[in-house]
Design a protein around this ligand. Sequence first.
Ligand SMILES: C[S@@+](CC[C@H](N)C(=O)[O-])C[C@H]1O[C@@H](n2cnc3c(N)ncnc32)[C@H](O)[C@@H]1O
Length: 240
Amino acid sequence: MAEFKETRWAEKDYVEQYIEDSNNIILERQRLLKILTSFYRHFGKGKKGCTVLDLGCGNGALVAELLKEDPTLLATLVDGSDNMIQMARERFKEHENFIYLGLSFQELMRSNIELPQSDFIVSSLAIHHLVADEKVELFKYIHSHLKPGGAFINIDGVSSPNDNIESWYQKLWKEWVLEKPDGASYEKRIEEMLEKHKAEEHHETLDPLKDQLNALREIGFKGVDCFYKYGIFAVFGGIK
Ligand SMILES: C[S@@+](CC[C@H](N)C(=O)[O-])C[C@H]1O[C@@H](n2cnc3c(N)ncnc32)[C@H](O)[C@@H]1O
């Protein structure tokens, strides 16, 4: 598996383009964030000051949503991209007790860094960059860093059962982008995204949802389920 620094996420232009387009290019981005927030509200049971670990935080989009629910939460943000971590740091500069780790997941798992036990571990569109064995190792890491009763939710791309379904899921994705009022202006961008999605280095690390749910169950998560799915985009997780 390529080291993180060799991936496009290490490039500043690539990162900026992602942030600019994410709401228009990621299928049902706002719905995905609403599901994340609802999950947090339900499993947090109104507790304030929850500890949250965001794996592959990007510029902090998930934590920004969760702060609307609980402005007192304590976040640890991890991302392999220095540019992303810098943006997250700037975004949350008023939250002086947030922790930022500019590390790839592989580096984090190999390190002896002691992170606070979390009430929630969240991730969006990042873990699919790991190969299957690394995903399982990261799921174990997640389980061991959750408090009892703590909850894990992952928004991520997953592989399709066969080529025919995959081909339809790609069309579904494009149709969603184009059906928006200004969708036509994103035609070139969605074509680029689909090309990237189909490219070997991206596609080869996507894994079946079923395998990932089974891995979570075997590790000891309870209530494991797919909470939402639309084409290749799934929201899934479980409770420790
Ligand atoms: C599609 S972006 C998603 C960012 C953010 N979670 C969001 O939803 O806006 C994927 C993020 O995962 C990070 N990432 C990808 N592979 C990674 C790895 N192996 N270790 C750590 N971060 C990684 C990238 O740097 C990037 O910030």
